[in-house]
Design a protein around this ligand. Structure first.
Ligand code: SAH
Length: 270
């Protein structure tokens, strides 16, 4: 597999032992947001498969083989996990956040879809804390009412589809969580997204940029759609854009007010 780095000598596999694939999410960063179920899966895996920074976040275990690969090879990774499982290995496929949100669980399902002979393998998907949940917790309760999540990456879909979904989300007055908002290869998409949303939503709409939530370099910016500078956004940022109902609760002495979306909606604003 291109870009793969393999380390470790490998745990001895008993003859005839049947393998397993454990699709796990490591959460947004800190160990305290890794579920006990996922920690246990990582401890019993013979092999780790995933994007380099996620594999690097897993505790190093003697004998466990680490198949760390470059980004953008999700399907190769899924096929590798299937091959290793067929050899009787217990493979943890690691993603950041939740494995089912813009991550490896769907790539694995795609590989199973394309390979009927692999469908009887023992596959378990384990949930994780997604970035939008971590960001929402820091801010208050912005996802308290209907919301949607959109990836701004146009690696796997055309930009016109992203634009159509942003428009529909604004017209439906959803709170919007934007994943993959910018990268070195696509620095301008976030500006295009903001231009579009500004044409459809009030300039007073609360906006949060939640960067590296739970990590030492965490940084949260609370602003409005009108005043926001999308230039501060990078690949480690989760962007939240409020609905017409999303509001602030001032907190004396705190760095910033709470941000929340009430549980009932009264407005039909679009
Ligand atoms: N499966 C992951 C998302 C993978 S897409 C999950 O459920 O969270 C990667 C994107 O997630 C990043 O570009 C960023 O938008 C967001 N993200 C991941 N970790 C984050 C963190 N600690 N703080 C803020 N955003 C994060």
């Amino acid at each position: 597999m291109s870009g793969a780095i393999e380390e470790g000598k490998g745990k001895a596999i008993e003859a005839g032992r049947s393998g397993a694939i454990l699709v796990v999410g490591l959460g947004p960063g800190p160990d305290c947001w890794v579920t006990p179920e996922v920690s246990e899966a990582l401890a019993r895996a013979t092999d780790l498969v995933g994007y380099i920074p996620y594999v690097n976040r897993c505790p190093v275990l003697e004998g466990q083989v680490r198949h760390a690969s470059d980004n953008r090879v999700e399907l190769d990774r899924a096929r590798l996990a299937i091959d290793l499982c067929r050899q009787g290995r217990t493979v943890a496929v690691v993603s950041g956040g939740d494995p089912g949100v813009f991550a490896m669980a769907a790539a694995l399902m795609e590989a199973l879809d394309a390979d009927p002979a692999a469908r009887d393998l023992d596959v378990t998907v384990m949930p994780g804390v997604s970035a939008m949940q971590a960001a929402a917790a820091r801010l208050g309760a912005p996802l308290g009412h209907d919301f949607c999540a959109i990836s701004l990456s146009d690696n796997l879909k055309p930009w016109d589809l992203v634009a159509r979904r942003l428009t529909a989300a604004a017209q439906g007055d959803f709170v919007i969580a934007l994943y993959n908002p910018a990268s070195k290869a696509r620095p301008t998409r976030i500006f295009e997204a903001f231009d579009l949303l500004r044409s459809l939503k009030s300039a007073e709409t609360p906006v949060a940029f939640a960067r590296a939530v739970g990590r030492p370099d965490e940084a949260i910016v609370l602003t409005t759609l009108g005043a926001a500078d999308p230039g501060v956004v990078d690949m480690a940022t989760l962007v939240l854009i409020g609905s017409s109902e999303t509001r602030l609760v001032e907190r004396p002495g705190a760095t910033r007010p709470w941000l929340y979306t009430p549980r009932s909606a009264t407005s039909t604003a679009s």
